[in-house]
Design a protein around this ligand. Sequence first.
Ligand code: SF4
Ligand code: SF4
Length: 251
Amino acid sequence: MTHATATRVQTYIGDPVSEKPPVAPAKLEEIFKDIQSDLRYDHELNGCLNCGICTATCPAAHYYDFSPREIVQLLWTENLEGIYDAMQEKIWACAQCYTCAARCPFGNSPGGLVMLMRETAIKHGMQSAKNVLRPFSRVMLKLISTGNQLSPDMINKDHFADWGPNISKVDAPLKVLRNAIPMPTLNTTATAWEVNLKTSVELYTIWEETGVLKQLETVDENLFDVISDIMDEKREDWKDFLADQEDAKDE
Ligand code: SF4
Ligand code: SF4
């Protein structure tokens, strides 16, 4: 006769008197498998001495409750609950500078492992990923609609409140400064430079084929809908442009 090790409630919503995360073990396992099955995983993690050299040289560790040594140890010891916990906040503190990878005596890349964990957090639509990526929705929208990640008109005190009074140094004379640039394509503050329609349409294909748009749909469905509409319009414009070219040849 077999005995269940946990009640149905404990399995699906966790034990209310436990400090453990209310996540089903199967889900924790699935998340870890997703991280571990990435082709980069075995290149980024070769073992760990727990020496702490990575944390000693990590700029993020100086300012946040974050330690690359801890992240690597969680993965190396397959601490599934700890991995899940770290994905709620800590992994987003990494600056992706890869100083850790240059210093680790084991040839690990803690920064690379953090990247795998972030990608997995997005894939699973974790709230931490949604929170962290929300401020970038403006950048994504700009990228899709103009081909530029950032344009001069995005650098203003409304969008960069954390810059404090220094923001006035860049946003005040921006139009004048841009108009002074000799290249006409840069005499604008709405785009950083001009990206042609063909390049934009090719970028859409790359984002679709590499799964970027699928990831976006997971973390921000509204933004995904807006972006899909823009892409459809631009693709139609591109088709019209090609048709016009054909007509011109026939004339
Ligand atoms: S890549 Fe991340 S973990 Fe590594 S040193 Fe830079 S901030 Fe720290
Ligand atoms: S990841 Fe490398 S540097 Fe960091 S604690 Fe482990 S062995 Fe040391």
